[in-house]
Ligand binder design. Structure first.
Ligand code: FAD
Ligand code: FES
Ligand code: FES
Length: 466
């Protein structure tokens, strides 16, 4: 039996853990404020907040796409749909949307309200940029975004003096009318609920964020035992040990992007994660899920490949083995993962002095879109500017993500125009793209050439500027 809180009510249910939250809210709880449209994480109409009790006794909330979130993953948590935002009579976000005429047909509005409420609850800066980023997964087809942006600007202005550091934040948001007062009782209520054991069934289908699984086979997942990685709280860490950034297998893309440690050691990697899907997806989706999905154009995978990542794989009996990420992919959608094994950790070497990291992606839209071609580079230059080490990964130009081989010959060479041309040529020769909906093979090979050139010339430009 699953137990969680929906708005103000404790719910116990025997529904299959693979039922998606959207269906549970609308069809089982008759809460129709959460809208259903694409059912594929693309539109944000189904956005809700999910809060989880932390070790410090506080609850952290995330805006998520309920159409891809199985209810097994909210066990022991707090789900907030638009019906749970009871202001007087509206919350601050809702009132600002009314005041700025930022809703027309209203279909996207509950999702927009929940995303902005999530921003108010979690943003480390409460800045306008952060608020706009929080809406990158919410599509509005009729109001137009200017009115929504005006409401956002006003929200940010009104929250400017809010205590956004720690314990006082929730009380401040209640006082500002952003969330109802009952939110303050949720930590005690969640503490009284049975929390998941954290033991995963090795024979069950492992669900991390579910953002690939619940697009690919939602019906099948209603028929099979599931194990939820979010219950392994011990896999939720980002830390530096020696010269290695260690990232737990349960870390979401958004937590990775926000991590102070990542910002300190790989600011470019943190920035590039914004190009991955959207906030409501990144709040669920994990780096490990992106790797095991083995898409030839997985963005996080391409970034981590170039960064020379090693995977620590954990078997059901707790024993571990290490596999370099560039050896993990065996063939199209086939990886070196044994039955019952999971990715416990991704170990990323820190950049040495003279090291640079870059990522490039071309997709139809900036956010909410997978790449036609993507590529990343880790370049280490000697003090005299010559190449000491060069790694370039490529996606969308073969059946699996891969490293471009043969770059060692450039070690010791100056990063000048002839060298750049030669590296671009090696990359183009390694590409084996096919014609598909994302572009012709000719186009994708040309993209890779141009993106690799962009990676290298930005490094040259930086070198000149130094
Ligand atoms: C609207 C939309 C937009 C998207 N945009 C992008 C994009 O821009 N770029 C991009 O790269 N992808 C994108 N994706 C794909 C997806 O979001 C990512 O691949 C995501 O990182 C998958 O992670 P997850 O945790 O949700 O994986 P899940 O769906 O939970 O799992 C995927 C697979 O990995 C396995 N798995 C998960 N974690 C582990 C682990 N620790 N150990 C072993 N096996 C594991 C699961 O069993 C499953 O087989 C998008 C998806 C959607 C729906
Ligand atoms: S219904 Fe479109 S994101 Fe969920
Ligand atoms: S108000 Fe109609 S889709 Fe946004």
């Amino acid at each position: 039996m699953l137990s969680f809180i929906v708005n103000q009510q404790v719910v116990r249910t025997d529904q299959h853990p693979g039922m998606v939250l959207l269906e549970f809210l609308r069809d089982v709880r008759c809460l129709s404020g959460t809208k259903e449209a694409c059912r594929e994480g693309e539109c944000g109409a189904c956005t809700v907040l999910v809060g989880r009790l932390q070790a410090n006794g506080r609850v952290t909330y995330k805006a998520v796409a309920s159409c891809l979130l199985p209810i097994g993953d909210v066990d022991g948590g707090h789900v907030v749909s638009v019906e749970g935002l009871l202001g007087a009579p509206l919350t601050l976000v809702q009132q600002l949307i009314v005041d700025h005429t930022a809703s027309q047909c209203g279909f996207c509005t509950p999702g927009v309200v929940l995303s902005l409420t999530g921003f108010a609850l979690t943003s480390p800066t409460l800045s306008y940029t952060d608020a706009i980023d929080a809406l990158d997964g919410n599509i509005c087809r009729c109001t137009g975004y200017v009115a929504i942006r005006n409401a956002v600007q006003q929200l940010v202005n009104q929250l400017a003096t809010t205590d956004h550091t720690g314990a006082g934040r929730l009380a401040a948001l209640v006082a500002a009318g952003v969330v109802p007062a009952y939110f303050q009782t949720i930590p005690q209520q969640l503490a009284a609920l049975p929390q998941p054991s954290g033991k995963l069934d090795p024979n069950a289908v492992l669900v991390a964020g579910g953002t690939d699984l619940f697009v690919q086979r939602p019906e099948a997942l209603m028929e099979t035992p599931l194990a939820f990685l979010s219950q392994r709280r011990d896999l939720d860490y980002v830390r530096v040990e020696g010269q290695v950034l260690r990232v737990g297998g349960g870390v979401t893309l958004e937590d990775f992007r926000r991590s102070e440690t990542v910002l300190q050691h790989f600011p470019a990697l943190a920035r590039d994660m914004l190009l991955h899907s959207s906030t409501i997806l990144r709040n669920q989706a994990t780096l490990a899920g992106n790797i095991v999905n083995a898409s030839p154009i997985g963005d996080a995978t391409i970034m981590l490949l170039a960064a020379d990542t090693t995977l620590v794989l954990e078997a059901a009996d707790g024993t571990t083995r290490e596999v370099k990420l560039d050896r993990f992919f065996l063939a199209y959608k086939q990886v070196d993962l044994r039955k019952g094994e999971l990715i416990r950790e991704m170990a990323i070497p820190l950049l040495p002095p003279g090291g640079r990291y870059r990522f490039e992606k071309v997709s139809n839209r900036v956010t909410l879109d997978i790449a036609a071609v993507n590529t990343a580079m880790r370049l280490v230059q000697a003090p005299d500017g010559t190449i000491a080490d060069l790694r370039i990964s490529a996606g969308g130009v073969g059946p699996m993500p891969f490293m471009i081989h043969g770059l060692q010959v450039f070690t010791g060479r100056a990063l000048d125009a002839p060298t750049v041309d030669a590296i671009v040529q090696v990359a183009a020769s390694a590409a084996k793209p096919i014609d598909d909906v994302r572009g012709s093979a000719v186009y994708k090979r040309l993209l890779l050439r141009n993106l690799v050139r962009a990676l290298l010339t930005s490094a040259v430009a930086e070198e000149v500027a130094r």
